[in-house]
Design a protein around this ligand. Structure first.
Ligand SMILES: Cc1cc2nc3c(=O)[nH]c(=O)nc-3n(C[C@H](O)[C@H](O)[C@H](O)COP(=O)(O)O)c2cc1C
Length: 390
């Protein structure tokens, strides 16, 4: 079973991730992991922090001579800004160093500040927000890169692009080639495949930057090369569409998930929505004439691209702060402002890729699992033969 967890506070010493269940022998391309971390930091509308830090993952365990050894993998992403936070976030007790505490008592609407403070009985939301912060997606991105490296061995890839920023939306489908090309272009401001739409998206970000406001949007994750038969219909908690929805929903600020064109499908006729089935005799595979189902039927992959969208609410921290009630005085005050992004749709997409890759890699290993890459490959090849002879 592929499992992963993360630990670490936004301004703590480091983020760490622990990944268990990858077979032995998967080549670990460190440049690829670094590039994924870099991609997560990009995007028009990010705050100053992305310029301070160039995230880098140090692998501490589970990899030897460039390959996984089948043992749990531990990795650490150092906080490059730690020297400025050492006094506020020390592990040891430093009660009394008041000015260094960086207390936050004006909970920000839309953040975990207030419910977390009540739940854990803190009168300083710093204790909560440090862990609730989406900085944690850096650890997920590094773990997801390892999942991508496994999938890559079997010809599968997971990419993403921006479908909407605020009120501006890409009004057409994007081809895989377009998505691959925009993902290669690290200078693209918002990772939108259509230049004129992207220019409007940029203007939308400029508008909220000026107004002290923020935007949300939609990212789309697409996985290509995923064989039919991952996931299962037999039990509610084993359905792959459900697992993907949970994985995407777990990303900070994601408030809705869509598989394929699920949202518009719900307002259409069945004849307009279901994807007709054909047989490709050259490839010896069943194919679909369209892919509105987003590669999943009955909780099982059907061999088409897996397409999952994450809907991000607008960023909660606002320079033009909303009203709140102080945790101690209970008086009406302006919500706290911490240096903040105003648009994170492309970064959300990179986190989405990581979560989709981890979920698909988990389902892949459930079907073809083995202790070594060779054993997984034998199982995979045997299944491909089964499909050839179907
Ligand atoms: C990549 C990424 C970066 C984010 N950066 C910020 C930020 O700078 N400021 C902010 O207020 N929210 C940011 N968020 C969103 C918050 O982390 C999130 O809204 C908050 O933790 C509350 O969780 P919820 O929205 O899932 O309920 C970011 C989200 C993502 C995916």
């Amino acid at each position: 079973m592929l499992r992963f967890v993360t630990a670490g506070e936004s301004h703590g010493q480091a983020l760490v991730a622990w990944i268990s269940g990858l077979p032995a022998g998967v080549p670990v391309d460190l440049d690829f992991i670094a590039r994924e971390l870099h991609r997560r930091q990009l995007g028009y509308g990010r705050g100053g922090r992305q310029r301070i830090e160039k995230d880098q993952a140090d692998i501490l365990a589970g990899v030897r001579h460039g390959k996984t050894i089948g043992a749990p993998i531990a990795l650490r992403i150092e906080n490059r800004d730690w020297k400025n936070w050492e006094k506020a976030m020390p592990v040891e007790d430093s009660e009394g160093a008041e000015d260094a505490q960086r207390r936050l008592t004006a909970p920000r609407p839309g953040h975990a500040d207030l419910p977390g403070a009540q739940k854990f009985n803190f009168h300083d939301a710093r204790y909560v927000l440090e862990r609730a912060s989406a900085r944690e997606t850096a650890a997920r991105t590094a773990a997801g890169a390892l999942a991508k490296l496994l999938l890559r061995e079997f010809g599968a890839a997971v990419l993403s692009h921006t479908v909407a920023v605020g009120h501006v939306r890409l009004e057409r489908a994007a081809s895989w080639e377009e998505i691959a090309s925009i993902c290669d272009n690290l200078d693209s401001p918002l990772r939108c495949v259509d230049p004129s739409t992207e220019a409007k998206m940029k203007a939308e970000v400029d508008h909220v930057l000026r107004a002290g406001d923020s935007v949300g949007g939609i990212f789309e994750v697409v996985a290509r090369g995923i064989p039919p038969g991952l996931g299962t219909h037999v039990q509610w908690d084993e359905k792959l569409d459900a697992k993907l929805a949970r994985a995407i929903m777990s990303i900070q600020a994601v408030k809705a998930v869509e598989i394929g064109t699920g949202v518009s499908n719900s307002g259409s006729y069945g004849s307009e929505v279901q994807d007709e089935i054909r047989y490709d005799r050259d490839r010896k595979r069943f194919v679909h004439a369209s892919n509105r189902a987003g590669g999943l039927e009955g909780g099982i992959t059907n061999g088409e691209d897996v397409v999952v969208r994450g809907y991000l609410k607008p960023i909660s921290t606002l320079r033009r702060a909303l009203l709140t009630a102080d945790l101690n005085t209970k008086e009406e005050v302006k919500a706290a402002y911490e240096r903040s992004d105003v648009c994170v749709v492309p970064a959300g997409g990179v986190a989405g890729e990581a979560m989709v890759a981890l979920t698909l890699a988990g389902a892949f290993l459930e079907k073809f699992g083995g202790d070594s890459l060779g054993e997984v490959r034998r199982n995979f090849d045997g299944y491909q033969q089964q499909l050839d002879n179907f």
